[in-house]
Design a protein around this ligand. Sequence first.
Ligand code: GYE
Length: 333
Amino acid sequence: MVNKTLVAAAAITLSSLALTSCGDSDASSGTDNGGSGDGAITMGFAQVGAESGWRTANTKSIQDTAKAEGVDLKFTDAQGKQENQIQAIRSYIQQKVDVIAFSPVVETGFDAVLQEAKAANIPVILTDRAVDADPSLYKTFLGSDFVVEGEKAGQWLVDNAADADANGDGTINVVQLEGTTGAAPAIDRAEGFADKIAADDSIEVTASQTGDFTRDGGKQVMESFLQSDDSIDVVFAHNDDMGLGAIEAIEAAGLEPGKDVKIITIDAVKDGMTALSEGKINYIVECNPLLGPQLMDLAQKVLDGEEVPARVLTEESAFTPEQAAEVLADRQY
Ligand code: GYE
């Protein structure tokens, strides 16, 4: 481990020397960055995986935009594993890409590799998910405010509490299908939701477990929740895919999703919006996966030496079944 780091560090030192001695006009950045119109940007992108409809749309947006804008994109799918992601980032450093972007699988444990990128003078743009690390180790973080998303979900439940109490016993039992343990959207969505439902004493989260952001994960966890509890009023799923898996489990148990058990999810991908328009999901908070254009724009600015904000938010809203039916036809993902 230590040896590898040392070797990488040595290679990086050599490469920066080589670049400087080649008469790089932008000596302060230490990179031949394609930012002044002298060739395409090379971007290394380390993606989480292909766990959800959201992720597939996100990957397509990044790849399509790179192609349209002539960015030379090196893309890796980490298959949900942090170690794969770290390995991909190290290889981008070795390949001396102009800029590295990645969507961190989890929040912690990236400090060392971020230090290595910084030492190599390669700017890093966090895309979609945040890390819990020194902010000087990356240029900017582009993505949604996951706490706000959780708050929107919780607020909807507070506002619709009377309807959610299917058996009318005065308590609203909520089960939560969490995203990947340790991932920013799982941590923040749970926090935002908890904050809002605290306003109503009758709402209680009775069980909470990870379904790893996948349809299958959501289905399995929901099956086990239904086996041990017959008083579930509401499912709060951290993404559409887990909510869609929960629908399968609820139907298999002879219950009607959206009626016997209310369902709130986050993302608003096409399959989720279809289930919402059919009344099987009751409310979806939007999380926009189409980050490609903003990402390429930020990369260009960073490489041109322009100041970029430390935090760039994506714009999004939330949908009821009626609103879902209206926007579905034009939905790209
Ligand atoms: O909500 C989920 C995906 O990080 C915002 O990851 C993203 C989340 C998204 O797997 O569907």
